[in-house]
Design a protein around this ligand. Sequence first.
Ligand SMILES: [Zn+2]
Length: 343
Amino acid sequence: MNIIELHDSAWRQLAARRAQLPHALLLSGQRGVGKFDLARRFAESLLCEDLGDGSRACGACPACGWLAQGNHPDLRVLQPNALVEGEVTEAGDGEEAGKKKASLQITIDQVRALDEFLHVGTHRQRARVVLLNPAEAMNRATANAILKSLEEPIAGTLFILISSEPSRLLPTIRSRCQSIPVQVPARATASEWLRQAGVSDGEQSLALAGGSPLLALELGGKNERILLDALIAQVSRGRDLEPLAAAAILDKTVKAEKRPAPLKRTVDWAQKWLFDLTLASAGLPPRYFLAQASLLQRLAKATDARKLLAFNRKAIQYKAQCEQPVNSRLFLEEFFLNYAKLF
Ligand SMILES: [Zn+2]
């Protein structure tokens, strides 16, 4: 099963736009659902020069060959360098501040480099496609530069914006895009997709990933799992948690992470943990951490709904804070000190 079969409905919506291509599409959906892969497949199908009766790229023509090598002259993929190089540490952590960091944002230089691309004719007389992934990784200047391109659309040129957080895009950008939501696939379909991808505990990974199959796949690998397991090891301790030691351990893990926004991802996981703890305190089964169901029940007995509610409110602030450059060690210390107070 491939990404197109996994997202059959979104794919059909995309294919329906083929006859009269809009200037911009916005593919939105939760993290790890497969938006980027789907967008990429759509771009490929627009550039393929031997599209058969279906709507999928043939994989055999010269255009498909360049696409496979990542050098088709009519496709540009704009994403933060951090996503491409995998070389980044959380912005603002003191010790690393001296080193040059791969950008977490799509930079203005990347957008400026589009100018020439957009203003010479297409190389292969088909569409010209620009993927922006993730679109929320644009700062104000970058977004305004892109907005200009969207305001003065160029024939045959399609911008595909990909976003897990479309509410963070400029409204003026959103309004110029045709929106295609990419839903979480049905549980059975996603499980089958994961099984075919070689994930054995698909159900558990899928629950952890909130139903996002690509994130579930990532959880099978070591990267995200290291972060998550480090967090679980600490939050599981409840009353026995040593907040400062826990913060030190997590901080080390976060700093060793090569991919973007490890602190933010940690907070995301922590929020899911709290969500499950809140469910447990109401006597309900977990939504994300299936493997820890009985542990959650035990922890929930040691706290109460009022404390959980207060901490959940705090967690929303944490999420906003970690979008800013923060000292990750201090941030984690505060988080764990407050978490410990639950019990
Ligand atoms: Zn082809």
